[in-house]
Design a binder for this molecule. Structure first.
Ligand code: ADP
Ligand code: MG
Length: 484
């Protein structure tokens, strides 16, 4: 017979001789049972776990206190196998009880029949135990499968009962709480995820019996939350499943997309208008010129007025030129741009302005990074941002330009000043055309708008971080040049 066909049974015996008889008889009656006999004093948890006993039989002659002691010990050692405990009484009868997994009923036998009946009881107990194990494994398996399915989902999923206790949580939620999914079970879900409003909405699913859909910001992240009722057999909501998807990035993307589209539309519109204004402006300028030519030299008052007209015509044309700049040359040629060189060239253009404003300049770049972009667009963008930085530091300060890679495909150019900073309420508007906080004549409100359009239309990105009274950092994210 194969070894695997044996069912190992442990007989824990007292010291008396008759135990050996039991052992002998048992193995004779049922050849499938392999009996190991141990004296109580020889019992160790290790022997039991090593041998994978299908059942443990106590000797019926064991004193009562020994029986309770060994039962307690087996429980402490987490022995799963069923235990058969026979109790003898004064009438020469023995009551056989199976502890745990023992669906076998208690059996009362006469002492003389004990050894005949015991193997049947053992076999029945073992069969029941095997069946229980099968079921348990089946249940455990499907539970594990369900958990694995939930864990594979990268959004948060958890289930709660009527007491708002978590009955199931997936790994995404557990990771967020720096723990294991099973450790979340039994905890109130609102202590783990969300806030009072989230909790109220999810719990209300028990009442409404309908799925609920809402959006909520939790710890600065935006979540799309859905909660679904799970009906029990009685038709009542037994559990509620909550599904929470982090949509922060999507929302930001949507927002910036709307912003870019808005900007592009305004750009198109205003460049059209700019074009139309150019002719009348030229006519006004020509008229002004004639008037100044024919004006008597001594008419100073009139000359002053004409000078005001001239200045304003100039201002209007600079706005028009700015607007036309990015609408005319939409056929931009891209080329490899050595960022160190283009930044140094730009700085040399306005170096004088920096020193006259007491601004220290520094350039930080670990190596010569190369972007793939249009040179004019970068120059224009850098100039616009640097001029703003100079305006932001009327009493001097520090301008730092640094270049560093961003992922494998991009490179970041950061232009940081230590100036007045941008109040939070202005941040959403700085790229909008004609938004300016500067005096008339100083600002046109077009610099950042043009910068935004020039950089983004070629696959770059402009972002800003600012702290009032501490400074502002603009970041240009540009595609990196890759040699084929
Ligand atoms: P302008 O410079 O003509 O006002 P811009 O589009 O260049 O127009 O800038 C818009 C506004 O953004 C500025 O008026 C200013 O309020 C703000 N701003 C831009 N850059 C900075 C900076 N480095 N520090 C503080 N504020 C800035
Ligand atoms: Mg500007």
């Amino acid at each position: 017979m194969m070894e695997g066909a044996f069912q190992k049974v442990l007989l824990l015996k007292s010291d008396c001789e008759q135990a050996d008889l039991i052992e002998e008889k048992l193995s004779k009656v049922n050849s499938k049972l392999q009996i190991d006999a141990l004296r109580l004093s020889e019992y160790t948890a290790e022997t039991v776990s090593k041998n994978n006993y299908k059942t443990i039989v106590l000797d019926y002659r064991l004193p009562k206190q020994d029986v309770s002691a060994i039962l307690a010990q087996l429980k402490k050692d987490r022995v799963l196998a069923p235990i058969i405990v026979p109790f003898g009484n004064d009438n020469g009868e023995i009551l056989i009880k199976a502890v745990k997994h023992g669906a076998t009923d208690d059996v009362v036998v006469h002492e003389k029949d004990y050894l005949t009946v015991l193997p049947q009881v053992i076999q029945k107990t073992i069969d029941q135990y095997q069946l229980d194990i099968c079921w348990r494994n089946l249940i455990l398996n499907s539970k594990r499968k369900l958990q694995n399915t939930f864990d594979a989902i990268t959004d948060i999923i958890f289930q709660i009962n009527h007491k708002s206790e978590i009955t199931m949580a997936n790994r995404t939620l557990a990771n967020l709480c720096h723990t294991q999914p099973e450790k979340l079970i039994g905890r109130k879900f609102y202590e783990v995820f969300g806030q009072s409003h989230t909790a109220a909405s999810i719990v209300s699913t028990f009442r409404t019996c309908e799925p609920i859909n809402f959006e909520e910001t939790i710890n600065g992240e935006i979540y799309e939350i859905r909660s679904y009722p799970v009906f029990g057999e009685n038709g009542k909501v037994e559990l509620v499943t909550a599904y929470c998807k982090n949509v922060t990035e999507k929302k930001h993307l949507e927002k910036s997309l709307i912003q870019s589209e808005k900007l592009a539309a305004i750009g198109l519109l205003s460049s059209g208008i700019a074009h139309e204004l150019r002719n009348p402006l030229n006519i006004i300028e020509t008229a002004r010129y004639f008037m100044s030519e024919f004006l008597p030299v001594e008419d100073q008052e009139m000359r002053d007025k004409l000078e005001i007209i001239r200045k304003n015509i100039q201002r209007a044309s600079s706005i028009i030129n700015n607007l036309l700049e990015f609408s005319c040359n939409s056929q931009q040629e891209r080329e490899p741009i050595h960022l160190r060189q283009i930044i140094e060239n730009t700085i040399s253009l306005i170096g004088k302005q920096l020193s006259s404003h007491n601004i220290d300049f520094s350039f930080v770049s670990a190596e010569d990074y190369v972007a793939y972009f249009n040179a004019d667009s970068i120059k224009q963008a850098l100039l616009n941002i640097i001029i703003n930085a100079i305006h932001a530091m009327p009493n001097g300060g520090r301008l730092t330009i640094s270049v560093e890679p961003y992922g494998r495909d991009f490179v970041n150019v950061r232009i940081a000043d230590t100036g007045v900073g941008i109040p939070e309420e202005n941040l959403p508007h700085i790229f909008t055309p004609f938004f300016t906080t500067k005096e008339v004549g100083v600002g046109t409100g077009l610099g950042l708008f043009v910068t935004h359009v020039l950089i983004e239309r070629e696959g770059g990105k402009v972002s800003v971080q600012s702290q009032v009274n501490e400074g502002t950092t603009f970041t240009l994210t540009l595609p990196r040049f890759k040699e084929k």
